[in-house]
Write a protein that binds this ligand. Structure first.
Ligand SMILES: Cc1cc2nc3c(=O)[nH]c(=O)nc-3n(C[C@H](O)[C@H](O)[C@H](O)COP(=O)(O)OP(=O)(O)OC[C@H]3O[C@@H](n4cnc5c(N)ncnc54)[C@H](O)[C@@H]3O)c2cc1C
Length: 352
C-alpha cells in the first residue's frame, strides 16, 4: 500500500459546510483501515492530537486545528443475512466514508428499507452515530446493529453494539464519556426487506393526506427530499450546518409555565416516552423575532429559524466569530423570554 499523504497547513475551507476558513496543522485522508492505522502511528510518533473529519456538515471550525485532521474516506458496502434474526431483514455494513444520502438511495434501489425518512441528511456514514442522526420520526439508533471503531490511543479495532453507544436524542457515548476516543470505520444497520412505512411525523402525514393508499418507501424518500428542499438551504448554495440548536426537552411544569405566558394551545410540543416534552427550538427562536436576521456576514435563515447561515463563503476569518456571537445572542434572548437553555448541536472547535 502506498505511503499515506500527509499535508501540512491544509485549508479546510472547502471541507466544512459552514465554509469557515480554518487550517489543519496536519491533514490526511484514510481510505483503508490500514491507512487509519498509519495515520494514528504518525500522530503518535509526533505527539499530535487526532481530529476525525467526515463531510464537515456538523462542525463549526472557529479556530485552526492543531494536530492531525484525519479525513475518513473508506468506501464500500456489504450485506449479509442477520444471524438468528427473523426472516425479512438484512444486515448492511457501510464504510465510514460513504455518503449518507447515496447509501439511502442505494438501499432503496436494492429493496432494503428503513432509511427513507433519513433521506438527504448531509454527511458521511461514519459520523451518523456521533449524534445519532434523526429526522421525520426515525433515528439511526432504531436501525443500528454495531459499529467498528479504532481506538485512537492504542490502535485496537473493536466492535461496539447498539447498547454500548448509549444513544439518545442527538446524543451518544461519542459525545460524552468516549468523546475523541475512537475513530468509527464501519457501521452495520439492520434493514427490512419488506416496506415498513412510517409517516406518523406531522409534516409527512400531511404530505400524503390526499393519497388513498399507503405510499411506497420510494415515495416517502421523495417526500422527505421535497419537504427538506423547501425548508432547508442547500449548503452548496448557502453555507450552513443544518439545525444549530437541539430542540429543548422540558418537564410538564416548565411547559405549563410557558403555556401560561404564551396561551394554552399556542406552544407546540411533542410528548416523549419518559413524560417530558420536546419544544421546537425553531418556534422559540421565531418568537424572539430572529428569523431572517442578519449580523455582518452571517444570519438566521428566513425560512427556518433553527438554521444559521454564512453569507460570505470566501476566506473570511470573522464569520466564525460572527456565527458564535449570533448564537449567543439567540440563546440569551430565548433564555430571557422563556427561561429555556438552547443547546448547540454541531461540534464547535475553538473558543465557545
Ligand atoms: C443542511 C443540513 C441539514 C441537516 N439535517 C440533519 C438532520 O435532519 N438530522 C441530523 O441528525 N443531522 C442533520 N444535519 C447534521 C449533519 O448532517 C449530521 O450530523 C451528519 O451526520 C454529519 O456528518 P459529517 O460526515 O458531515 O460529520 P462531520 O461534520 O465531519 O463531523 C461531525 C463530528 O463527528 C466526528 N466524526 C466525523 N466522522 C467521524 C468518524 N468516522 N469517527 C469518529 N468521529 C467522527 C467529527 O470529529 C465531528 O466532531 C444537517 C446538516 C446540514 C448541513
Amino acid at each position: 500500500m502506498p505511503d499515506l499523504q500527509i499535508e501540512k497547513n491544509k485549508s479546510l475551507l472547502a471541507m466544512n459546510t459552514m465554509a469557515l476558513d480554518s487550517t489543519a496543522e496536519y491533514f490526511c485522508s484514510a481510505s483503508t483501515l490500514e491507512a487509519v492505522h498509519q495515520a494514528l502511528s504518525f500522530a503518535k510518533r509526533h505527539n499530535l492530537s487526532v481530529t476525525p473529519l467526515g463531510a464537515g456538515s456538523n462542525v463549526i471550525l472557529a479556530t485552526n486545528l492543531s494536530g492531525l485532521v484525519l479525513h475518513l474516506s473508506l468506501k464500500g458496502c456489504e450485506s449479509a443475512a442477520p444471524v438468528g434474526a427473523a426472516h425479512g431483514s438484512v444486515d448492511v455494513t457501510f464504510a465510514a466514508g460513504e455518503n449518507w444520502h447515496d447509501m439511502v438511495l442505494m438501499c432503496l434501489d436494492r429493496g432494503w428499507f428503513g432509511l427513507e425518512n433519513l433521506s438527504l441528511i448531509p454527511g458521511n456514514m461514519g459520523a451518523a452515530a456521533i449524534q445519532n442522526i434523526g429526522a421525520y420520526g426515525v433515528e439511526l439508533s432504531n436501525l443500528l446493529v454495531s459499529l467498528q471503531v479504532v481506538d485512537i490511543q492504542s490502535g485496537a479495532v473493536l466492535e461496539l453494539d447498539r447498547e454500548a453507544c448509549q444513544f439518545s436524542y442527538r446524543d451518544s457515548v461519542f459525545k460524552q464519556s468516549l468523546k475523541d476516543k475512537y475513530i468509527i470505520t464501519q457501521l452495520t444497520l439492520r434493514l427490512s426487506t419488506e416496506p415498513n412505512i412510517n409517516i406518523d411525523y406531522p409534516a409527512l402525514s400531511a404530505y400524503f393526506v390526499e393519497l388513498d393508499r399507503e405510499p411506497t418507501p420510494q415515495m416517502v424518500s421523495d417526500a422527505v427530499c421535497n419537504i427538506r428542499r423547501e425548508k432547508l438551504p442547500d449548503p452548496c448554495e448557502l453555507a450552513n450546518v443544518g439545525s444549530f440548536f437541539k430542540n429543548p426537552v422540558i418537564n410538564q411544569s416548565a411547559l405549563a409555565g410557558l403555556q401560561s405566558v404564551e396561551g394554552k394551545g399556542k406552544v407546540p410540543s411533542y410528548s416523549q416516552p419518559d413524560g417530558l416534552v420536546k419544544v421546537p427550538a425553531a418556534w422559540l427562536i421565531d418568537k424572539c423575532k430572529f428569523r431572517g436576521t442578519r449580523r455582518g456576514g452571517v444570519g438566521v435563515h428566513d425560512k427556518q429559524a433553527l438554521v444559521l447561515v454564512n453569507y460570505s463563503n470566501d476566506a473570511d476569518n470573522d464569520s466564525a466569530r460572527e456565527i458564535l456571537s449570533l448564537a449567543k445572542e439567540i440563546q440569551a434572548a430565548v433564555k430571557d423570554r422563556f427561561g429555556i437553555n438552547l443547546e448547540v448541536e454541531p461540534r464547535i472547535y475553538g473558543p465557545v
